[in-house]
Design a protein around this ligand. Structure first.
Ligand SMILES: Nc1nc2c(ncn2[C@@H]2O[C@H](COP(=O)(O)OP(=O)(O)OP(=O)(O)O)[C@@H](O)[C@H]2O)c(=O)[nH]1
Length: 465
């Protein structure tokens, strides 16, 4: 039912320079540390919400690997005083230059936003291509987008990124040449023309996106009539959402050891142990320090989460940074409108990858999860704890109303008083042939009772999502 327009990962690239570099993609990853951050504590559950320098390097390397780059070296460089023209100081630039020639690398990934001027200057200094964090994330998003909406969102984010860089270069040029007096010069005219071209494409894409969203909204309101609660999986990138999704549904969603393997939400029906159906939704992974306009671009994808009856927050407990990652995820959920109070009722913490942690830590984690009200420890890989998770989902949803449309035949009209007494009737249509169609909201117990009284079960609306 979904409009799939998969980008050909071999032939198209969001960043043209990366396209050209595909055959020579030996890369060095540089993580500039502008401010000292705290070290990861040994207590992986209660450590402070800061990321260690090492894990930043690990994450940046993971991002580079996710677009098939051959990472030959990674470096953490401390920056005492950021230089406006190059970000890094002369000594560091030289040091990195040596590494580049030693490792025969032609690409540097700088895990920090760079201005166009900084990027250009560093490229000149190193005689190598330089990609900043925003560019890298855009490239990953571009390769992973699989639905029409996802692709449009990425293209739009990229155009906005380009536009911002054009504007900045223009301001820079203008300043260099002495200000407004040169407004009509040939350089500015070209930049103005480029800007107009970009703006036209942005407007066109925004219109297209609006259309796709409207269609999705229609699907969504139809889906709302599907008589099953929605359970959404969220979590930091690589936490194991897709693996858990597959484990729970038996579905073949792409699960790879790559950041952002999932960009668009995927939906599957899932039967809980006691027979109740739910719709499970897999969503895009979260990441720290996501550039603001990228967050905005991907908000629509995450809005599915807002409509969920239950949110499973999947955490990789084997990652020493999981506490900081979890704080980031919760902050974004709060931004989306799931506030803390509501969140406590709607969020189940899923502590994943317990198979990967040391046995004694694992025992403590399982115990801690069992005694907490909203936590289940699992291994999506081995399946350990997944039955407990399904039971917990059922328990949490027991109070959630089921929505359905029931058509009462002529011989079932005597049930009308019972229905009005027990269900919330959102809509009624008396059909020409005498049958009555009802939009209902009921608790799970009432739905089962109605099913029993009807004899053949309620006739739900067609599930055409
Ligand atoms: N050892 C172990 N590995 C796991 C477990 N769950 C997931 N993994 C691995 O972790 C990696 C990431 O898993 P995914 O399911 O792709 O993660 P995700 O959260 O969907 O990732 P994004 O799509 O990037 O958001 C894969 O290599 C999985 O095999 C687990 O319980 N134990």
């Amino acid at each position: 039912m979904r409009n799939i327009t998969k980008r050909d990962s071999k032939s198209s690239s969001i960043i043209p320079e990366l396209e050209r570099l595909r055959d020579d993609s030996r890369a060095v990853v540089v993580v500039p540390i502008l401010k000292k951050t705290g070290k990861a504590s040994a207590d992986i559950v209660a450590q402070p919400a800061t990321r260690s320098d090492e894990s930043r390097l690990e994450e940046a390397t993971g991002l580079a690997l996710a677009i098939d780059l051959d990472v030959v070296h990674g470096m953490i460089v401390s920056v005492a005083q950021p230089k406006p023209g190059t970000l890094l100081g002369t000594g560091k630039i030289e040091e990195i230059g040596h590494v580049l020639s030693e490792k025969d690398a032609g690409l540097v990934i700088v895990d920090h936003p760079l201005t166009p001027v900084q990027q250009r200057n560093l490229e000149k200094e190193w005689n190598a291509k330089v990609i900043d964090r925003t560019g890298l994330i855009l490239e990953i998003f571009g390769r992973r987008a699989s639905t029409r909406e996802g692709t449009l969102q990425v293209d739009l984010a990229h155009l906005n990124y380009q536009k911002g860089r054009l504007v900045r270069s223009w301001t820079h040029l203008e300043r260099q040449r002495g200000g407004a007096g040169f407004m009509g010069g040939p350089g500015e005219t070209q930049i103005e023309a480029d800007r107009r071209l970009l703006q036209d494409r942005i407007v066109k894409l925004e219109r297209e996106l609006e259309q796709v969203r409207r269609t999705r909204q229609l699907h969504r309101s139809k889906r709302k009539k599907v008589p099953h609660p929605i359970v959404a999986l969220v979590g930091y990138t690589n936490a194991g959402k897709s693996t858990l999704f597959n484990r729970m549904t038996g579905a073949g969603v792409l699960a790879e050891d790559m950041l952002f393997a999932t960009l668009d939400p995927t939906l599957r029906r899932l039967k809980l142990p006691h027979g109740r159906m739910v719709i499970l939704s897999d969503t895009v992974g979260f990441i720290s320090d996501l550039p603001t306009h990228l967050v905005a671009a991907f908000r629509a994808t995450l809005e599915e989460v807002l409509e969920a009856d239950l949110v499973l927050h999947v955490r990789d407990l084997s990652d020493p940074d999981n506490q900081a990652q979890a704080s980031d995820v919760l902050r974004i959920l709060a931004d989306l409108g799931i506030d803390e109070k509501e969140g406590a009722e709607r969020i189940v913490e899923v502590w994943n990858k317990i198979d990967k942690v040391e046995p004694e830590v694992r025992e403590a984690l399982v115990k801690k999860a069992a005694s907490a009200d909203n936590t289940v420890a699992v291994s999506a890989m081995t399946g350990e704890g997944v039955d407990d998770l399904l039971t917990e989902i059922g328990r949490r949803l027991s109070g959630v109303m089921t929505e359905c449309t029931v058509v009462l035949g002529l011989d079932q009209l005597q049930l009308l008083p019972w229905v009005y007494q027990h269900a919330i009737v959102d809509g009624r249509e008396d059909l020409e042939d005498g049958r009555v169609s009802l939009d209902l909201r009921l608790t799970e117990g009432e739905a089962t009772e109605l099913e029993r009284r009807l004899g053949n079960g309620p006739k739900a609306v067609e599930e055409d999502w």
